[in-house]
Ligand binder design. Sequence first.
Ligand code: RUB
Length: 309
Amino acid sequence: MLLSETAASIKSMEIRGAGRIARAAVEALADYAGNLDVSDPETFKQEMQKAADILTATRPTAVSLPNAVRSVMRPLDSFNSVEAARDAVLARAAEFIDHSEHAVEWIAKIGARHISDGDVLLTHCNSEAALGCILEAHRQGKELEVYATEVRPRGQGLITIRTLNDAGIRTNYIVDSAVRYFINDVDLVVVGADAIAVNGAVVNKIGTAQIAHAAHEARTNVIVAAETYKFAPRTILGELIEIEERDTAEVLPREVAEKLPFVRVRNPAFDVTPAEYVDLIVTEQGAIPPGLAFTVIRDYLGWKIEELR
Ligand code: RUB
C-alpha cells in the first residue's frame, strides 16, 4: 500500500528534502483516498485523518508536510457524500503537486536574479529549491563556482555535487567544518528551508546556522529558497518548530558507542538560523526580507490570528 510505503520511505529518508516529502505525502493521500472503500462520509473523513496522521508523524520538522496534508484535507468538512469528498481530495492533491512543481521553477527564476556573473556560491545540504536557483543562473550563462558541504552525518552533499557536476558547474566539495575557512572566498550563500517561523527564523539542515553566522561575520549575503508552504503558521501562536533528533547510530556506530558509557551521542537533524543572519527569502511569490514572513502566512497560507484563538 502506497501509504505505509511512503511513510516508511520518508522516515528512512529515502524520500527526503522538504518539497519532495510534501509531494510524496500528498500523492500517498490521494492514492489512499482513491482506494478507500467506505460508504459514509464521516468514516471516509476519519480514515483519511488517520492516514494524514501517519504521514505527518514521519518527520516532525519539515512544515511543508503538515501544510501540504492540511491543504488536501481542508475540503473534507464540506461534503455529504463519499464520492464528492473523494473527488475533492483528488482535485486538491493534483493542484498541490502542480503548484509545488511550478513553485520550484518560479523560485529558480527569481533566485537566479540575485546571483551575478562570476559569483562564488556556497550551499549546504541538498535543497531542490536552492539548487534550482544555482542551476537556473548557470543556464542563463552566468559563470559560477560553488562550495558544497559534505553534510554529516547523512552526506546529502554527495547528491548536491553530483547534480552540480552533471550541470558542468565548477564545484569545491568541503567538510562542514571548513566553511569558515573558505567563507571569505564566497560571494553568496544559497540554502533551502524545512520551515520558516513567523519571525523570519529559518529551520534547515544542521549546520546552516553556523554557516549563516560565519557569513554574517564575513558580510557575505545569505539567501534562502523556500516555497510558501514551508512557512510555519502555528508559530503565530508562539509554537516552536520541533527539531528532529535522529538515530545516534547515524553519527557513531552502536558498537563504538556501547564501549563509551559516559558519552551521549546527539544527532539533531536541523537547526534554527536567526532572521538577522538571513538577507532574503526567495519564494514563488517573490523575494522577501525575513521580516515579512507573517504576510506569507496570512496572505498565501490563509491563516488568520483570529481563527487560531
Ligand atoms: C533537507 C534539507 C533541505 C530542505 C529544503 O534535509 O535540510 O535543505 O529540506 O530542501 P533532509 P528542498 O535531507 O534531512 O530531508 O528545497 O528540496 O525542499
